[in-house]
Design a protein around this ligand. Structure first.
Ligand code: HOZ
Length: 432
């Protein structure tokens, strides 16, 4: 591994020009005591930094790259559409085609609106829930992250958790006061809240598989309770499938767990690596969106032709027979390899996966909530991160993030990763 000279130079320059030197906080690698790597290029499962160091990539641009980087079919689709122009601010055939694919794939969708990011999707879904119900209160769950809209930054995961920020200055108390946050997987707590305030709740938003406090799967019955009680009290149930959509199954977590939310949010995979978001749901709810209805939401670059083309090409690949089964098998191989490596080293870890979303916590007890995740050994995670990076494995620089596998990861990549983990965890074991 060469010294990260160019990355360091770029970072020093960026620090003067961009807050924290980065355009999204977690990637600054602050909490793991490292500097960010600046990326030159990527191909398949491998990402290459500015100093030409190669890493096996388990970030996958934080989820979109389920086919691996630079997939030929996606590149071809983008290139073909590029010749038509890059943005028209007017409808195209491409957005209809992608909308059709998304609606067909996801059980609870009749209609979908394209936006430009997951943040926009969640923010718009919340506005729609409020507009439809004429209520203000929103329920979310501690450690879930739904982008950085004011309403949703309360007790949030991802960068907010990584940096230990309790809320954010700039979010007026009066706005945050409309958001109630409860422990994830706590069905009893949710029942109590709905008994007391159910008829004032506009919407309940949840990551059906949490990926922004590390990976935390829903406990049996949790999502079912959300579904039953929101329906009972006339509140809108929103699944934030920005990470899980087309990731844990083609139809997302709602297909995997067979629960139909009222609204769903998407991003990441449906843009094939280009900026995109979407939200959708049943026809009678989506009909409230302007210009069909009065709830306003708009966007100059929404339905951008390049993003639509990349999304269509990606989804076509995902439809291939056995795609998810193969990915699942590789994920299981990595999870069991990492668990074995930790056991050999005598290091307590919780390592789990739902489809090709993975999580790794340094703690002895299973992690079912953000409270549990916060009790894990963050110092050990930081040492592990630095060790793996030095060994050529690129994982998210925070315990409060998920890892993602792609179709481009081979068993050889996985075995190399496990071998690196054996060494790094072995050293950690000796040091403790
Ligand atoms: N919030 C995303 C991860 N959960 C993106 C982080 C980044 O791009 O730095």
């Amino acid at each position: 591994m060469k010294a990260a000279t160019k990355s360091r130079q770029l970072y020093q320059h960026a620090l003067k020009l961009i807050p924290g030197g980065v355009n999204s906080p977690v990637r600054a690698c602050k909490s793991v005591g490292a500097d960010p790597l600046f990326i030159q290029k990527a191909e398949g499962a491998v990402i290459v930094d500015a100093d030409a160091n190669r890493y096996i990539d388990y970030i996958g641009s934080w989820g979109p790259m389920i086919l691996g980087h630079n997939h030929p079919a996606v590149l071809k689709a983008i290139t073909r559409v590029l010749a038509r122009g890059t943005s028209f601010g007017a409808p195209t055939d491409l957005e209809v085609e992608l909308a059709d694919m998304v609606v067909r794939a996801v059980p609870a969708l009749d209609m979908v609106r394209m936006v430009n990011s997951g943040t926009e999707a969640a923010m718009s879904a919340i506005r729609l829930a409020r507009g439809v119900t004429r209520r203000d209160l929103v329920v979310k769950f501690d450690g879930c992250y739904h982008g950085h809209a004011d309403t949703l930054l309360v007790a949030a995961g991802s960068g907010v958790a990584t940096l230990g920020i309790p809320g954010s200055p700039g979010v007026p108390r009066s706005i945050a006061g409309h958001t109630l946050s409860l422990p994830y997987n706590d069905s009893a707590g949710f029942e109590k809240l709905m008994r007391e305030k159910g008829d004032r709740i506009a919407g309940v938003i949840v990551e059906p598989v949490a990926g922004n406090m590390g990976l935390v799967a829903p406990a049996p019955g949790f999502l079912e309770t959300l579904r039953t009680l929101t329906a009972k009290h006339g509140a809108i149930l929103i699944f934030d499938e920005v990470m899980t959509g087309f990731r844990v199954a083609y139809g997302g977590a709602q297909a995997l767990y067979r629960i139909a939310p009222d609204l769903s949010c998407f991003g990441k995979i449906i843009g094939g690596g280009l900026p995109v978001g979407a939200y959708g749901g049943r026809q009678e709810i989506m009909a409230h969106i302007a210009p069909q209805g009065p709830v306003y939401q708009a966007g100059t670059l929404s339905g951008n032709p390049l993003a639509m083309a990349a999304g269509i090409a990606t989804l076509k690949q995902l439809q291939k027979k056995g795609f998810y089964q193969k990915l699942e098998k590789k994920s299981a191989r990595l999870v069991s390899g990492l668990a074995q490596a930790a056991a050999q080293a005598g290091i307590p870890v919780q390592v789990d996966h739902v489809g090709s979303m993975l999580g790794l916590f340094f703690c002895a007890a299973p992690v079912r909530s953000f409270e549990d995740a916060k009790t894990c050994d963050l110092k050990r995670f930081a040492t592990f991160y630095r060790g793996m990076r030095a060994a050529g494995v690129y994982i998210a620089p925070s315990q409060f993030e998920a890892l993602f596998l792609s179709a481009a990861h081979t068993n050889a990549h996985i075995d190399t990763t496990v071998a690196a983990a054996e060494k790094v965890l072995g050293r950690l074991g000796q040091a403790s």
